[in-house]
Design a protein around this ligand. Structure first.
Ligand SMILES: *Cc1c(COP(=O)(O)O)cnc(C)c1O
Length: 410
């Protein structure tokens, strides 16, 4: 696809109506995209069109609107399939979120296959979405969770990962990009090690898929989850990629309309991919909106976006490292522009509240990653997360506000 070779951040910002406002009289500096990204007008317009021109339920194609709606919904699946480089669109299952995608794998793939004493390997930087479904299998089935630590700079410790694998490992559940640290894990290496032991890899791509195109085939991912609202799309839509032979061998996760081949009084047969895993009326407009969001970034060029985000990361790192009052966590060279930090003598919640008075939106808390907080010996941190619509001025505003906040605590 051809796209411009430069990234015009002002033009991009102009596409995001929400960014133009003031908060407490200050220009909004939105640094919470790792929790949820804002939506461009192109996505909002597409949602409006989906509801005001082409709306009907999907897959019941006997009238024109149903056909248009189905076509748009299936087109969105193709866009997601291309973004992840899936072998075929039917290997993309639309879900409500990453959370639902991972639960689908835990319940439909893992649950029938694991026995007491089988092992699931996880990193300590997993989001609770990629922890709790495995805990539920621990409680129900007696599987053993084995945790992989990080190196001090917040990267996955690959020696520890290799040591954690055993012939009893059934699943390796690992995040592609940490929502707290922004660090990226070497999925291709992890998948190779897991496959050597006959285990499958569940990759949580919730963050990564918002910062670049994914190649599930090159990565060797067995399952890959992502979520629309972090890729500048609507909430209520996520996607699960699965290898065809795995998906085809899985029973349904939830039952309902649209996921069957036939239903009798005493017997039932299920539909093929992807319908088997999409019971009931799916999030139609949300899927279409997600397709529009990915196409929007495709049009800007992911390479341009990545170059801009790398500039933001390097500048933010330099500015934040220069502030003595704060400690940065997981400060590796190669990472997304996501910064977890704490301020000496201040609770993260208080820091976030003070920054809000400056118009700066950051998050404070455990970031759905309590094992990671444990790893760093804290209960909470602040987190500033940058996206393609942020600027170096946003970094300067953040740095100035942190200095100002610190002055309240000394
Ligand atoms: C946001 C996030 C999730 C959960 O996404 P939902 O859309 O809330 O389901 C899971 N993992 C990571 C790494 C995330 O950043």
């Amino acid at each position: 696809m051809s796209h411009p070779t430069v990234f015009d951040v002002d033009a991009v910002r102009a596409d995001f109506p929400i960014l133009a406002q003031k908060i407490h009289g200050k220009p909004l500096t939105y640094l919470d995209s790792a929790a949820s990204a804002q939506k461009p007008r192109q996505v909002l317009d597409r949602l409006m069109q989906a509801y005001s021109e082409d709306y009907a339920n999907v897959h019941r194609g006997l009238h024109t609107l149903a056909n248009r709606s189905t076509e748009a919904y299936e087109n969105a699946r193709e866009i997601v399939a291309r973004h992840l480089n899936a072998e075929a669109p039917e290997q993309i299952i639309f879900t409500r979120s990453s959370t639902e995608a991972i639960n689908l794998v835990a319940q439909a793939y893992a649950r029938p296959r694991v026995q007491e004493g089988d092992e699931i390997v996880l990193s300590v930087m997993e989001h609770h979405s990629n922890i709790v479904p495995w805990h539920q299998l621990r409680e129900e089935k007696g599987v053993v969770l084995k945790w992989v630590e990080l190196t001090p700079d917040g990267q996955l410790d690959m020696d520890a990962l290799e040591a954690a694998l055993s012939p009893r490992t059934k699943i390796v559940a690992v995040v592609h990009m940490s929502n707290v640290l922004g660090t990226v894990t070497p999925i291709a290496d992890i998948a190779r090690l897991a496959h050597e032991r006959g285990a499958v890899v569940m990759v949580d791509g919730s963050q990564f898929a918002a910062h670049g195109p994914v190649d599930v085939q090159a990565l060797g991912a067995d399952f890959y989850a992502c979520t629309g609202h972090k890729i500048y799309g609507p909430s209520g839509i996520g996607a699960l990629y699965g290898k065809r032979e795995l998906l085809e061998a899985m029973p349904p996760f939830m039952g309902g309309g649209e996921m069957i081949a036939s239903v009798g009084r005493d017997e039932i047969t299920y539909a093929g991919l992807p319908n088997r895993f999409e019971p009931g009326t799916p999030p139609i407009a949300q899927a279409i909106g997600l397709g529009a969001a990915i196409e929007y970034v495709n049009g800007l060029g992911w390479d341009n976006v990545q170059a801009h985000e790398a500039t933001l990361r390097d500048y933010a790192r330099e500015r934040l490292r220069g502030i003595n009052a704060i400690t940065l966590y997981g400060d590796t060279r190669e990472k997304a522009p996501v910064f977890a930090f704490s301020m000496a003598g201040a609770h993260p919640h208080d820091v976030a509240t003070i920054l809000d008075r400056e118009g700066i939106a950051i998050r404070a808390g455990a970031h759905c990653a309590e094992p990671l907080m444990d790893f760093f010996g804290v209960t909470a941190t602040c987190r500033a997360s940058f996206a393609m619509y942020n600027t170096t001025e946003d970094v300067d505003r953040l740095a100035a506000a942190i200095e100002k906040a610190h002055s309240f605590f000394v």
